[in-house]
Structures are given as C-alpha cells and as structure tokens.
Design a protein. Sequence first.
Length: 73
Amino acid sequence: MRDDVDPVDLGDIATRPAVDDVADAVAELTAHPLWPSVRAVGVGCAGPLDASQGTVGPINIPARQDFPLVRAA
C-alpha cells in the first residue's frame, strides 16, 4: 500500500455477502413507481466471467470472487 494515500473505508462491503447487496438493490428498484415499465436490467462487472457457472470474479474486488450473479438475480 502506498503510504502517501489514506486507505478508503469500505464499511461492511468487504464482509457482507454480495447476494445481500444485490437483493437490497433489487428491492429498492422494484419499490419505485416506474418499476412496472422496466423491460430489462443489465449488470456491469469486471471479469473474469464464467458463463457456464453464472459467476463473476472481479479481479479488483477480492471479496467478490466466484459471486453467483445468475443465482442472485
């Protein structure tokens, strides 16, 4: 770690299950009055992606390796 940069406080993001994070985001979106007009939802994520397993493993977020994106949706 560089000693001239203060570390970023990530709160509970590094320890909270990623599935909970996705569930919270979906709950917030589906509560919006315009939700019934939504026809599709996309997710962006750094790779690698394992399409056969439905998982992502963003190399820049070690705590989110092998996240079951398809199952969480």
